[in-house]
Design a binder for this molecule. Structure first.
Ligand SMILES: CC(C)(COP(=O)(O)OP(=O)(O)OC[C@H]1O[C@@H](n2cnc3c(N)ncnc32)[C@H](O)[C@@H]1OP(=O)(O)O)[C@@H](O)C(=O)NCCC(=O)NCCS
Length: 184
């Protein structure tokens, strides 16, 4: 599959609904069996739309959100909570690529641009994220970029009081992403 070089820019308030749509589509694929069918089939888009409208309407929300766009629209996004945790540092809260374009380098580009911007905004802080135990593809993706798995935690799901096991991955400060193994 050919490599894609998207334009990566800061998210705007008007991106909230397209981000919510992509977030919902991505979870319908990658979180099937983790989140309930009812949530994924019926509620996920409205729920995410509310989250992204709120987040992007407040310039002081403490989040950095970037989007990957091509001529025909938005195909990926990454979002960091800058002051995520006193000890673990910045939280990589969301990373999603259009399910039809996965495996073509867009996730890696979003990570590299995002991490370099975070390093300028919060220099010298570590980076961490949580990834579902049942999502080995994303785990492999983060491991290839040098993320280190440090513990298993219980992650609360956006629906009611459900939870699922997740791994915490960390990058020590100063955060440097490992070079990606050669792509064909
Ligand atoms: C994880 C994710 C962001 C990676 O983005 P991407 O653009 O597919 O990643 P890249 O093309 O830069 O790297 C591809 C590598 O990522 C991994 N990968 C993860 N999910 C993949 C998918 N659905 N399809 C193909 N590769 C995937 C593989 O290791 C792959 O390497 P390989 O092709 O040699 O097997 C993306 O697959 C995605 O959005 N997944 C669903 C949502 C998700 O799991 N987000 C992370 C939550 S913590």
């Amino acid at each position: 599959m050919s490599h894609i070089e998207p334009v990566i820019r800061a998210a705007r308030e008007s991106d909230a609904d397209p981000i919510a749509k992509l977030h919902a589509e991505s979870w319908r694929t990658s979180a099937r069996g983790i989140m309930s069918d009812r949530y994924l089939n019926d509620d996920v888009y409205d729920d995410r739309r509310q989250v992204w409208r709120t987040r992007l309407s407040d310039p002081d929300s403490g989040y950095l959100t970037l989007v990957a766009v091509q001529r025909d629209g938005l195909h990926g996004f990454i979002c960091f909570r800058l002051d995520g945790d006193d000890s673990w540092g910045t939280l990589l809260d969301n990373l999603h690529v259009d399910p039809e374009l996965c495996g073509r380098g867009m996730g890696e580009s979003l990570m590299r641009v995002g991490v370099s911007q975070v390093e300028q905004l919060r220099p010298g802080r570590p980076l961490h994220l949580l990834v579902f135990e049942a999502n080995p593809r994303a785990q492999r993706f983060y491991e290839r970029l040098g993320g280190r798995r440090v513990e298993t935690v219980t992650m609360h799901l956006p629906e009611g009081n459900r939870a699922a096991p997740a791994f915490r991955y960390v990058w020590d400060a100063p955060v440097t992403l490992q070079p990606w193994p050669r792509r064909d």
